[in-house]
Design a binder for this molecule. Sequence first.
Ligand code: PLP
Ligand code: ZN
Length: 444
Amino acid sequence: MSQAKSEFEAYFRCTDQSCGKTYSLNEVIYTCENDGELLTVEHDLERLKKYSPQYWKDLFEARFRSQKFPYSSGVWGKREWVLPEIEDENIVTSGEGGTHLYSADRWARDLGLGGLYVKQCGISHTGSFKDLGMTVLVSQVKQMIAKGVPIRAVACASTGDTSAALASYAAKAGIPALIFLPANKVSTAQLIQPVANGAKVLALETDFDGCMQIVKEVTKEKSIYLANSMNSLRIEGQKTISVEITQQLGWEVPDWIVIPGGNLGNVSALGMGFEMMKDLGLIDRLPRILLAQAANASPLYSSYKTGFSEFNPVVAKKTLASAIQIGDPVSVKKAIRVLKKFDGVVEIATEEELSDAAAKGDRYGLYNDPHTGVALAAMLKCKEQGTIGKGQKVVVISTANGLKFTEFKVNYHEGKIMGTNTELANRIIPCKADIDSVLSILKS
Ligand SMILES: *Cc1c(COP(=O)(O)O)cnc(C)c1O
Ligand SMILES: [Zn+2]
């Protein structure tokens, strides 16, 4: 059953302001035909503005964590702002979004913050926040196929989480998936996810940036649809995170949002979500954004140090935060625009800093993956330097589930990550199974 044509409208628009060429969302296109710039999904705001800010707040609240399809998804609960013309029968959802905003209140008190929240995006169907964008992309592909667009397969380059999400959503929809991973650079848990979902998985003897070049070539054939975040449909789903966080804070904007970044699509999405809320009157100010990079893969940090006047891609070095081991980010221009608008800051974390920050957070009840570790380390450094002020309210985006990174956790607590804080490493105590041995250990 098809619903009536939506009263709302969205289309692709070239991100180059002086060009601004638009394209239908049903076209197989990722960059502008005129100038090769990335596209963005633009919504007809005048139509959305016919409804009051309170209308939208009430609607989103009413749908939140609903049992009713498709509103059991935090993304589709905001469908008018995401993909207004999607038909119900084409929505491919695994209940993404609606994740907990974890209040680390004891840690906030210890740090002198007015609030410290960790948005638990890793508690999602495939264990990372990539599900938020992938549900949108795969749903749109399903709709295009239904309309007769000849798409045979979806494809992506990945550092692990994108491929897990794509393989799962494509399998749900019955669409073949093709995945390019850098050989030996993703965790076993991440590698096996697309394998289990039946995707065709190629391990290439290169890094992520090399895989990205290959997938761009492969998807020049229009029947293979590109699912990387240079396809701005992904951004539309990811941006709901901003609305969800604000909603969970009672429609109050925090002072800071901290997010780890690699290819930089997600920080762009974060900004777009807040801009849309401001344009539609749901909020009256913007938060500041702290973008966190691994020191071993930090081209944006170097650019930030020049006031963004220069940007030079690098060859990323190995980092435990493997999902952000990216030296030539596709969405760098979008990210810089957002960071300028949001009075943004870029900070880096070394391998030791990200490991210790993840472990520190775990002592307050979290279970952090290395990417969240990067974000937490950047937050701690900015607090220390006074960039994040006393009493401020901070939201850290946790991007993946710690359970995907068991080796990282084990190595940390066995003291195998060089230079980390031995006080936080918690050793297992071997003990004979008799009460005297147990009591003697407990006494010491
Ligand atoms: C994809 C990803 C990121 C970074 O997102 P970008 O859009 O590439 O900057 C951070 N953490 C995890 C776990 C990811 O999978
Ligand atoms: Zn253009």
